[in-house]
Unconditional design. Structure first.
Ligand SMILES: [Zn+2]
Ligand SMILES: [Zn+2]
Length: 317
């Protein structure tokens, strides 16, 4: 696995040093336990054999007397000569691929305050006034006495017929009464099969001596595989919409239309619309339930609550 040389920033003079350096090139301070190594994004793979070997010798040990870093092969501190003894080693730890020292982001300047030109302000005020006036006029409720001027009605009956229809379904979901027309193989769904693994770079490992090692992980590689099932086309008898018959008029004698059902037909649903025409300063139309519609008399005066001058909300005879 590839070895890359990291860097470290001197805690005393802030000079950035190469990972191989045991003392700061700026002030001469030895790299002690406070020093943290980092790897730059573009750090090249180390090819020099001596440096690779140094990277692989293991983590530095830290002298218990003077704090200096020492490579593992040394028995005595290269700084003060003290014996290694039970001196602690730097930690070896995995790091994410992101750099330890991300580049500082420039502070985002606040947007300059927007300045509206006088004509834009005037246009905005006109628009606001227009919307407010429209809302007021559209929602305003007024009372008015209206005269029952006429009636309109429409009644509809939907008719269904028992017919042969062609449908499709997956094998096993075909209705038992169906007559099979054809069978063929079609893609029912796809499944994912793992066909191998792929090595991907997952980050790097701080070797505790100024060098880093690439860390890889194995990711599964999948392939989509279509799964075929039998698709069946069949004929089956079903109730299907056939026609709608309607009756309408401009009187108060609402009636249901005659559907004239033939053999193999049935009534599916009924719907009606009963409207009273009301005359005031203008003409209004209002839909009513049958009992209230029937109770109105032609020429009768009613008081009405009108919204926005165009729709009748309530009627009080
Ligand atoms: Zn320094
Ligand atoms: Zn020492």
């Amino acid at each position: 696995m590839a070895i890359r040389e990291g860097k470290w920033r001197c805690p005393y003079c802030a000079v950035v040093n190469r990972g191989a350096q045991m003392a700061c090139i700026g002030c001469g301070a030895t790299r002690d336990a406070d020093v943290r190594f980092f790897l730059e994004d573009d750090a090249a793979e180390v090819t020099d054999e001596a440096l690779v070997a140094r990277g692989r010798t293991g983590a530095d040990w830290l002298c218990t007397f003077c704090g200096a870093s020492n490579p593992p092969p040394l028995d005595h501190c290269r700084n003060c000569g003290a014996e290694k003894g039970a001196a602690p080693s730097r930690a070896v730890r995995d790091a994410p691929p992101a750099p330890l020292f991300p580049p500082a982001r420039p502070p985002t300047a606040p947007a300059p305050p927007g300045r509206l030109r006088p004509w834009a302000v005037a246009l905005l005020l006109v628009a606001v006034a227009f919307v407010a006036a429209a809302a007021y006029l559209g929602l305003r409720r007024t009372e008015e006495t209206l005269t029952v001027a006429g009636f309109e009605w429409e009644r509809r009956i939907a008719v269904e017929a028992w017919r042969t229809v062609r449908e499709q379904a997956w094998e096993g979901r075909v209705p038992s009464a169906a007559r099979i027309v054809s069978r063929r193989q079609e893609v029912h769904h796809t499944e994912r099969d793992q066909v191998g693994t792929r090595r991907v770079k997952a980050g790097h490992r701080d070797l505790g001596n100024g060098f880093f090692e690439d860390v890889y992980s194995d990711e599964p590689v999948y392939r989509e595989r279509p799964v075929y099932r039998t698709r069946v086309a069949y004929d089956v008898q079903r109730w299907v919409p056939d026609r709608t018959v309607r009756a309408s008029g401009r009187d108060q004698a609402a009636r249901w239309p005659e559907p004239a059902l033939r053999p193999g037909e049935r009534e599916a649903s009924r719907a009606e619309k009963l409207v009273v025409v009301l005359q005031g300063k203008k003409t209004y139309r209002m839909e009513l339930p049958e009992a209230r519609w029937n109770a109105l008399q032609p020429g009768q005066s009613v008081s009405a609550v009108i919204r926005g001058g165009w729709s009748v909300l309530e009627l009080h005879p």
